[in-house]
Design a binder for this molecule. Structure first.
Ligand code: 8OZ
Length: 367
């Protein structure tokens, strides 16, 4: 038995022919080895999920300064590029397509992760209320310092290098992490950005860093291989903005000028309620010229409904992809889903990472 739905129809994303409309959302798993290098288990994990229309990797920092949690992979060293190359080769061998999400956490970090134990950097010296995971425990986020104007070109350059490294590692494209209260979102939103220079104040000034990064990444990877993830109203990582609709209208206009291939939108509170604050996602979808990837709390029914209404082109699934390597097949066959185990989301070994069974393996793997 097989279910008919637009979710299982192909989609042309720039130069890539996706066999279905499912995207594996970027998911932080904290299993990088020494040197923040993705290891062989990561290659196994992503290749198990290769039947998704598109895989997006976990967020990967573009510099040591861009790291905010223990054991998250980077995309700035030769060893990291070599580790990621193993991942892309395994995914491609299984017939999949994979983008890497490139990331700078900004103020969401801890001195113990920073170069020379220094302060994390942000648009302004305002500490985010919250915890990060370092040294095996949850610890208060450190007090940040404001980036000097002269340091900003270096941040843009770190993203450019990340994109160049991504291509060298064999990725099919790059997703810029512009969401969830990390650096680019911190600059864009007035709850975290109190600058008085050309990167603060007006919407144009606050959006500038995100658009400058999008420009260099697109020129490095090709606009048809560059996407971006945003989260207009999420409260994640203590982020807020007093008027997100015109801010993101302006950002989308800037992304259109750069011809980015997709806009990936976390609708509502990341991993939480979809209706946390009013926001017109349909207006963003209509305004953006490329593909619209919808994310946050989607199940088959909602995905099917939204695709039929033409309110999205692709649907990104997070927790469901952690637990179901063959999610596309399971949804298409109406098969039961494995339940995700929260205790193994962040850090650890193969348990809760590469041991969720595909259909057919389920019987032999049952405990
Ligand atoms: C969960 C834990 C740590 C980081 C995000 C990269 O929210 C993350 C993240 C998620 O975008």
């Amino acid at each position: 038995m097989s279910t008919a739905s637009k979710l299982f129809e192909p989609y042309q994303l720039g130069p890539l022919k996706l066999p279905n409309r499912l995207v594996m959302a970027p998911l932080t798993r904290n299993r990088a080895q020494a040197g923040m290098v993705p290891g062989p288990l990561a290659a196994e994990y992503y290749s198990q999920r290769a039947s998704a229309g598109l895989l997006v990797t976990e967020a990967s920092q573009v510099s040591q300064q861009g790291q905010g949690y223990q054991d998250t992979p980077g995309i700035y060293s030769k060893q990291q590029v070599a580790g990621w190359r193993r991942v892309t080769e395994r995914v491609h061998a299984r017939g999949g397509r994979i983008f890497i999400q490139i990331w700078h956490v900004g103020r969401i970090s801890h001195v113990s992760l920073q170069p020379n134990g220094g302060a994390p950097v942000g648009p302004s010296a305002i500490r985010a209320k919250g915890k990060t995971f370092v040294g095996g425990t949850f610890t208060d986020i450190s007090e940040p310092r404001a980036l000097a104007l002269e340091e900003i070109p270096g941040i843009v350059e770190d993203f450019r290098r990340g994109a160049a490294n991504a291509l060298e590692a064999g990725f099919d494209g790059v997703e810029i992490h512009g969401a969830n209260g990390y650096l680019l979102d911190q600059f864009a939103k007035d709850g975290a950005n109190k600058r008085t220079d050309s990167y603060g104040g007006s919407i144009e000034n606050r959006a500038k860093l995100m658009l400058e990064v999008a420009k260099v990444v697109a020129s490095e990877a090709g606009a048809e291989r560059t996407g971006i993830r945003i989260s207009p109203v999420t409260p994640s990582n203590d982020i807020s903005d007093s008027d997100p609709q015109p801010l993101f209208d302006h950002i989308v206009d800037g992304l259109n000028a750069l011809k980015l291939v997709y806009l990936h939108v976390v609708e509502g509170a990341t991993g939480g309620p979809r209706d946390i604050a009013p926001f017109d996602y349909g207006a963003l979808r209509k305004r953006f010229n490329g593909a619209y990837i919808a994310n946050n709390g989607y199940d088959f029914e909602l995905a099917d409904k939204v695709l039929n209404a033409n309110d999205a082109d692709l649907i990104a699934f997070g927790k469901l992809y952690i637990a179901n390597p063959d999610l596309a097949e399971r949804l298409q066959r109406g098969a039961p889903l494995n339940a995700p185990d929260k205790a193994t989301f962040y850090g650890g070994t193969a348990k809760g990472y590469t041991d969720y069974p595909a259909l057919g393996e389920a019987a032999e793997a049952a405990q």
